[in-house]
Design a protein around this ligand. Structure first.
Ligand code: NAP
Length: 326
């Protein structure tokens, strides 16, 4: 194994995949638009995948491994058309969002999928991933690995979701923290570097097939308690009912004015996918506590009270706590 091409490599997960391969002593080339650097030691091939000749610079040679993270089925199909004959093995990073049902716990890789988007149809994340998976399987056959991560967490997370909790507990210190009801809610997360190491591992093994890359299923209550401990919080924890949060326009899951990882009650399957295939294919999960600790270190370096892409501002949180009499 000497030459790896990453279609991407300047983003979050794909950057960590580039690191993992580089640390394995392999020559890594990242193909991206050039606005962000490739990781140290990797070569950047500048190209825009919207352009017809996007792969010209990397198509004149063979690759031991090609990794693609794109969610654009047109980009994925064009890359397969240009590069499939050049690749000994291909790993496509998909998502558990390909599954048709979010209400069924315990789904494995054989569960029903959404219908794929077709050219000209409006883009829809999960359906686009199904279409992209199909292009990779059709072009690569048994040289393809399809990896379906669930919620990816850890240092550098651009979505600011998971880090909200450990960061908020640390910021609040002895003050109160607002949490959602946790009865019946689960949490299933995977550290970004566990996904990256797995992608590199199956590439090295030339493993073929489709696999969920998800953590062990835990409860949301356990995750929040872990975040509280790691954040060193000693204040009160105030639970807001779903009705209170909805009435006060607090969003589920992600984004501004949200409580991250809180999900509607009709999605009990979304954070409860099977992960035995991940273990069988050589995947290793670090303890949640370790991920929380390194996430907090990253959150501290980025600023606990910075503007975030996900969660409540401390000001909004205190206003809601005030309404609850806390
Ligand atoms: N976050 C989660 O919890 C989660 C869960 C399940 C699955 N996933 C999947 O995990 C993957 C995340 O990968 P990531 O974090 O590396 O994504 P990302 O940060 O969005 O990076 C995308 C990469 O593709 C490159 N790129 C985008 N548009 C391009 C274009 N037109 N031409 C050339 N290059 C282009 C970007 O480079 P430039 O912008 O520099 O050009 C970057 O290197 C995705 O497949 C996502 O669907 C994520």
């Amino acid at each position: 194994m000497t030459d790896v091409l990453i279609l991407g490599g300047t983003g979050w997960l794909s950057g960590r995949v580039a690191h993992a391969w580089r640390d394995a002593g392999v020559a890594v080339t990242c193909l991206a638009r050039g606005g962000r650097p490739a990781p140290d030691g990797a070569t950047l091939a500048v190209a825009d995948r919207d352009a017809p000749d996007a792969y010209a610079e990397v198509a004149d040679r063979d690759w031991d491994e090609i990794v693609d993270v794109s969610s654009n089925p047109g980009h994925v199909a064009a890359a397969v058309a240009a590069l499939a004959t050049r690749a000994a093995h291909w790993t496509y990073v998909s998502s558990v969002s390909v599954y048709a049902r979010a209400d069924v716990p315990g789904q494995d890789e054989t569960a029903e999928l959404l219908t794929p988007t077709v050219a000209g149809e409006e883009s829809e994340y999960g359906r686009d991933k199904v279409a992209a998976e199909g292009a990779v399987r059709a072009g690569l056959g048994d040289r393809a690995a399809i990896v379906r991560p669930g919620l990816i967490v850890g240092p550098g997370d651009p979505t600011d979701r998971f880090g909200y909790w450990v960061s908020r507990f640390a910021l609040a210190g002895k003050g109160p923290v607002l949490v959602p009801e946790t009865d019946g809610h689960h949490a299933q997360v995977i550290d970004v570097d566990d996904v990256a190491a797995f992608v590199a591992r199956i590439g090295a093994d030339r493993w073929s097939g489709t696999v969920n890359a998800v953590g062990d299923v835990g409860t949301l209550a356990e995750l929040l308690e872990g975040a509280r401990e790691v954040g060193g919080h000693s204040g009160t924890v105030v639970t807001a009912s779903d009705g209170f949060l909805i009435d006060h326009e607090v969003a589920y899951w992600s984004g501004p004015r949200s409580l991250p990882l809180w999900l509607p009650a009709d999605m009990p399957g979304f954070m409860r996918h099977r992960n035995d295939g991940f273990g069988r294919a050589g995947g290793v999960l670090r303890p949640l506590r370790e991920t929380l600790e390194r996430t907090l270190a990253d959150e501290r370096s980025r600023g606990l009270d910075r503007a975030r892409r996900a969660g409540l501002t401390r000001e909004d949180e205190l206003a809601l706590l005030g309404e609850l009499g806390a």
